[in-house]
Design a protein around this ligand. Structure first.
Ligand SMILES: Nc1nc2c(ncn2[C@@H]2O[C@H](COP(=O)(O)OP(=O)(O)OP(=O)(O)O)[C@@H](O)[C@H]2O)c(=O)[nH]1
Ligand SMILES: [Mg+2]
Length: 242
């Protein structure tokens, strides 16, 4: 018999490990094409689909929270799949993508990456993504507003090249759009997190109290780079670690 390669030993990346607690960000592949026929720049139906699929992942992997905008979402997760990076990236992205596909009614894909963050840095990471949500929001409103006016995608792209946030803000304002007044979820993203609630039930003549966890949908989250935002995130993480 000829000598065979030990293929198991060639799974070179299977031993890469994540920290016990990590952030993981998923992003839709080619969603500018995938969502071609959806409302532009934002489609509430699509945002609701993202939220429902985030809830599935939060329940399945006990994620502390999900923060989503556009076609991306970040979860905070701990202790899954023996911290094996390849397993985590592939399973979570495929579970999420399959749920989104079922809800959309056609197949889509998501990539994923694991990000290391200390527990006291989580708000800082989220503030970074929230800045991106705001930039995205200005860019996409500016793009579709000019497209309606000019009708030529290339020309619009050229016009917007290198424009900074204040310029985009002014461009929209001059056209009757106040970017500070669009729906909050489009500007700030959507935050989902666990909350413990106490329920009361009357049992014969006794009142019985019991605790339940439910997912809160925050479609108007605070700025994560504010006292309110930092306190909210710290509390969510503390509750989850209990
Ligand atoms: N019509 C519509 N498009 C959206 C909506 N949310 C996100 N998108 C699209 O999704 C894109 C997400 O941006 P990217 O992730 O950078 O682009 P992508 O096409 O997914 O490319 P890759 O992620 O690199 O594969 C946006 O540019 C929009 O075109 C929405 O609510 N409506
Ligand atoms: Mg994408």
């Amino acid at each position: 018999m000829r000598k065979r390669v030990n293929w198991k030993s060639r799974e070179l990346y299977s031993k890469l490990l994540t920290p016990n607690i990590f952030l993981i960000r998923l992003d839709g592949r080619n969603f500018s094409r995938v969502l071609e026929n959806f409302e532009k720049p934002y489609d509430l139906r699509f945002a609701k689909i993202m939220v429902e699929c985030c809830k599935y992942i939060m329940r399945e992997f006990n994620a502390a929270f999900a923060y989503t905008f556009s076609d991306e979402v970040t979860f905070l997760i701990r202790d899954v799949f023996g911290c094996r990076l390849e397993k985590i990236d592939s399973v979570i992205a495929s579970e999420f993508a399959s749920r989104v596909s079922l809800k959309l009614g056609f197949p889509v894909g998501f990539d994923s990456r694991v990000i290391f963050a200390g527990l006291d840095e989580i708000w800082d990471y989220l503030a970074w993504r929230q800045d991106e949500a705001w930039r995205n929001h200005l860019n996409s409103y500016a793009f579709y507003t000019l497209l309606k006016e000019i009708g030529d995608r290339r020309k619009v792209q050229k016009m917007l090249e290198g424009k900074k946030s204040p310029e985009l803000h002014d461009l929209l304002f001059e056209r009757g759009i106040n970017p500070a007044r669009t729906p909050a979820w489009q500007r700030r993203g959507i935050l989902l997190y666990w909350q413990e609630i106490t329920l009361e039930r009357k049992f014969r003549d006794k009142t019985v109290r019991f605790k339940r966890r439910r997912i809160v949908e925050e479609w108007n989250p605070p700025l994560f780079d504010s006292d309110e935002g930092r306190i909210l995130i710290d509390n969510i993480v503390k509750e989850w670690l209990k």
